[in-house]
Design a protein around this ligand. Structure first.
Ligand code: SF4
Length: 699
């Protein structure tokens, strides 16, 4: 926090945390970022939340990696916690040449499908593009993925299937042109705080906000209707709402005829889902379901926003299919104030997915199984063909490591030793690897298993573009140099690729962006020079002057005959349902002050001061029953494991639920979570596990 006049330099960039993609100005003094201001970006118009404004000083933390490290021959066993201030027992310093030679030769010796890679949504588009290219070109297959698999993979699967595109159809700012909006399975007040300010303003000018969530999330106070439905019953509730729209003839027949297919099958399918029957399942009264159906169908312009409460289920794709069907049957796509918007999590999860950091698609969601698509890329890459088979996803890669089929990994900016479901399984797998290359800014929990650690750069130290939840491609710029010998990630990737024999000659991220444009139509009319000058351009951009289209699909969809599809969804129960031994429901998520596995925000002074201790939320009645005072400790046990943690009193959770943030290594939420996945998006069911809660400190 500084005096606004007290800086030597100011640099415009993008907040590194959530998918809102707020533009910021980094104020620099004596080679350090002193404070951060919001600037007039298209998504934030000068606004910032507590993370964007105060969560930056981790970049100068004394835990930063400043030199390449190689594991000592006599180091203790892999996986033991490496003290970031005292790593010498485990690792020795190395020169860049030695570390890169060692990293590359280990991967090369294993080679082929024995090697897999996890890239990161924390990196830039250019870094994501290079990462997927390295695995495909260097190892000949598609076993490359990133944390989209753990957040919105099922939403993308449903959107690709039914709309023909994995991105939002309208920016969240379009809510200002809506009169009704649904927010389901999302807690924007904590997870997309600046977007939430637009949602609140929408209600202040009379917009009707319908909030649906098993937790009474922060937007409840602003809601016209709050549907606190039973966890895991999304499909029954949404189908009941659509049943009312069908039975009362509230659908938009003209829109359906012009722009959709499979309507008759959907209509027939919905007949059984009467509000009376479904009220028993989802716990929302039939009259409320009817009112929501009439309100949304009667909107002049309506938007649907959703988050991981929708996607992180074994029926996550079905949940999104229902939301897409609801928008299509009411004609709420492709107009001002209308649209489908999955609120993307990390600042560049949209961009990393667009750049092909996923096992089934090359950049721009072009299928790996298409011979023409692959040859278009190998022509540009000047290399031979690679596998036409879809690659393995995050959890499948970890299973393959466990089974000994994958023996080498390159992990850039991800932290699977904290973020994977049933994390002890992931940790066991990481310990089995013959060669693990970790590229990061700190010694993360995953780096505890590394053979070599490559010191990388934080967002304020690098050049590159990122793409937010609104499809806005934005320019990030370096404000300070990386510490010590740490380097920008793209540079490390290029040097590693050279040692893998790939002959890469990029000299800057701009070179990489220029190559991306050759096979990514989404980047038409978007150039590095434009982004330097304008900071942000939304894709698609229709001309070199067009700032980009905030709304898409007003005149048809990128699907056969331009028609979106209704895909009926049936009820599928969660995988791990409560029983006598594990009688409650565990759901995990984020909280305002901390970001993902906490490696950055727990090292940010202000954020850590506000939220320093691992905690879970329990209803007052549950605490009373357990005999635990607010702030006392409880033990949470699932079929996978057990943790002890401070319990907070919170009326937002129902008495049969526990909410558990996953940012805290000392009580890692994913020790408890279920690795069962959605069959389409392959996303784990983080939002539902049967759990036993016991008192540790009884009153
Ligand atoms: Fe950063 Fe998201 Fe907060 Fe904006 S809303 S400042 S992008 S964390």
């Amino acid at each position: 926090i500084g005096d606004s006049a007290d800086f030597d330099d100011e640099v415009e960039s993008v907040c590194p945390f959530c998918g809102v993609g707020c533009q910021i100005s980094l104020k620099v003094k004596d080679g350090k970022v002193k404070y951060v201001d919001g600037i007039n970006g298209p998504a934030n118009e000068g606004r910032l939340c507590v993370k964007g404004r105060f969560g930056f000083d981790y970049i100068h933390h004394d835990h930063r990696l400043t030199k390449p490290l190689i594991r000592r021959a006599d180091a203790p066993a892999k996986g033991l916690n490496v003290d970031p201030g005292n790593w010498q027992e485990f690792f020795r310093e190395a020169s860049w040449d030695e570390a890169l030679d060692f990293a590359a030769s280990g991967l090369k010796d294993i080679g082929g499908t024995g090697v897999a890679g996890f890239g990161s949504a924390k990196c830039t588009n250019e870094e994501a593009y290079l990462f997927q290219k390295m695995i495909r070109q260097g190892f000949g297959h598609n076993n490359v993925d990133h944390c989209t698999r753990l957040c919105h993979a099922s939403s993308v699967a449903a959107l690709m299937e039914n709309v023909g595109s994995g991105a939002v159809t309208a920016t969240f700012n379009e809510i200002e042109n809506a009169d009704v909006a649904i927010v389901i399975g999302a807690n924007p007040v904590e997870n997309h705080p600046v977007a939430a300010t637009y949602f609140k303003q929408f209600t202040k000018r009379g917009g009707k906000l319908i909030v649906m969530d098993p937790r009474g999330v922060g937007l409840r106070r602003f809601a016209y209707q709050m549907l606190q439905f039973r966890p895991g019953t999304d499909v029954s509730m949404l189908n009941a709402i659509m049943n009312v729209i069908v039975e009362e003839g509230l659908f938009d027949q003209q829109y359906i005829d012009a722009y959709t297919e499979n309507w008759e099958a959907e209509k027939e399918h919905l007949r059984d889902f009467t509000p009376e029957k479904m009220a028993e399942v989802c716990g929302i009264e039939a009259d409320v379901l009817r009112d929501v159906a009439r309100t949304f169908a009667g909107a002049k312009a309506g938007m649907i926003f959703w988050g991981m409460g929708v996607s992180q289920h074994i029926h996550g794709t079905d949940n999104s299919r229902c939301l897409i069907s609801l928008a299509l049957m009411t004609g709420q796509v492709g107009r001002p104030g209308a649209g489908l918007h999955p609120l993307r999590g990390q600042n560049n999860v949209q961009g990393a997915s667009d750049a092909g950091l996923i096992p089934m698609f090359l950049p721009d969601y072009q299928p790996v199984g298409d011979d023409g698509v692959r040859s278009a890329f190998t022509d540009v890459w000047k290399s031979g063909d690679f596998s036409a088979q879809k690659g393995l996803t995050v959890t499948e890669i970890m299973d393959a490591v466990h089974d000994g089929d994958i023996r080498g990994m390159y992990v850039l900016g991800e932290n699977p030793a904290m973020s994977d479901p049933d994390v002890e399984h992931a940790r066991d797998a990481l310990a089995k690897l013959d060669h693990l290359v970790v590229q990061d800014i700190f010694i993360t929990e995953t780096a505890n298993y590394a053979d070599v650690i490559l010191p990388a750069s934080a967002f304020a130290e690098k050049s590159g573009t990122v793409t937010n939840t609104n499809r806005q491609v934005q320019m990030g710029r370096p404000a300070v140099p990386p510490p010590g010998e740490a380097r920008e990630d793209w540079w490390i990737e290029v040097e590693l690729a050279k040692r893998l024999g790939l002959g890469w000659t990029y000299e800057s991220p701009a070179d990489v962006f220029a190559e991306m444009k050759l096979n990514m139509k989404s980047l038409d009319n978007i150039t590095w020079e434009r982004l330097e000058a304008e900071n942000a351009v939304t894709y698609p951009s229709l001309s070199p002057e067009d700032p980009g289209q905030p709304i898409v699909f007003g005149d048809g969809f990128p699907r056969p005959e331009g028609r979106a599809r209704f895909t009926p969804a049936s009820i599928i129960a969660p995988d791990d349902v409560p029983d006598a031994e594990y009688p409650m429901i565990l759901t995990t998520g984020r909280q305002l002050e901390h970001w993902h596995t906490g490696s950055m925000t727990r090292r940010a002074t202000v954020l850590d001061a506000v939220e320093p201790e691992a905690n879970c939320s329990l209803h007052p009645a549950t605490l009373r029953k357990l005999g635990v005072a607010p702030g006392g400790r409880v033990r949470l046990t699932t079929k996978r494991g057990s943790i002890e943690i401070m319990a907070r009193m919170d009326r937002a959770v129902s008495p049969d639920m526990v909410f558990l943030p996953f940012a805290y290594v000392e009580a890692a939420a994913n020790i408890l979570t279920n690795p069962a996945v959605d069959p389409y998006g392959k996303i784990p069911e983080f939002k539902f596990s049967a759990v036993k809660v016991e008192a540790v400190d009884a009153i």
